[in-house]
Ligand binder design. Structure first.
Ligand code: ADP
Ligand code: MG
Length: 144
């Protein structure tokens, strides 16, 4: 079954939106199979977002992501990587489709509630960044 990595960013945690956002994922029948709160150091945020090194927003992004605690999680489900990208919406809430998480909750193009992997390859690397195999728990969803 396909897996992806999601991070609830500082603006999500600090505004009491953890439950709201996780509910959206669970309502779509994705299983949360790993979950942890942590406070990234600047160095860790720089490493996680290394792909954006050199971009105009890189320093703001890494400072922001290490400004407060975040919640990282692994979601599992059919076609989960693309479907979660759709569910969260465009990076800048101004461009996000109505009904998406970022459209509803994002404060700006930087403080946009949630990170989600953008390919299966990056999902594998990002999952390994936060979790080892023993911290990931596959289970069957029960609907009754
Ligand atoms: P996404 O999170 O939608 O995959 P990117 O990978 O392009 O977006 O960027 C990573 C994160 O960097 C974004 O979620 C956002 O927090 C921040 N970011 C991206 N572009 C900008 C920008 N133009 N101005 C400010 N922050 C940005
Ligand atoms: Mg991205």
């Amino acid at each position: 079954m396909e897996r992806t990595l999601v991070i609830l960013k500082p603006d999500c945690v600090c505004r009491g939106l953890i439950g709201e956002v996780v509910k959206r994922f669970e309502d779509e029948k994705f299983n949360v199979i790993a979950l942890r709160m942590l406070h990234l150091s600047v160095e860790e945020a720089e490493k996680f977002y290394a792909v954006h090194q050199g971009k105009e927003f890189y320093e703001r992004l890494t400072r922001y992501m290490s400004s407060s605690s975040v919640v990282s999680m692994v979601l599992e489900g059919e076609n989960v990587m693309l479907r979660i990208r759709e569910l969260i919406g465009a990076t800048d809430p101004k461009n996000a489709v109505s009904g998406t998480i970022r459209k509803k909750y994002a404060l700006s193009g930087l403080m946009n509630v949630v990170h989600a992997s953008d390919s299966l390859e990056s999902a594998n690397g990002e999952i390994a960044f936060f979790f080892n195999d023993k911290e990931i728990f596959h289970y069957q969803r029960r609907e009754e």
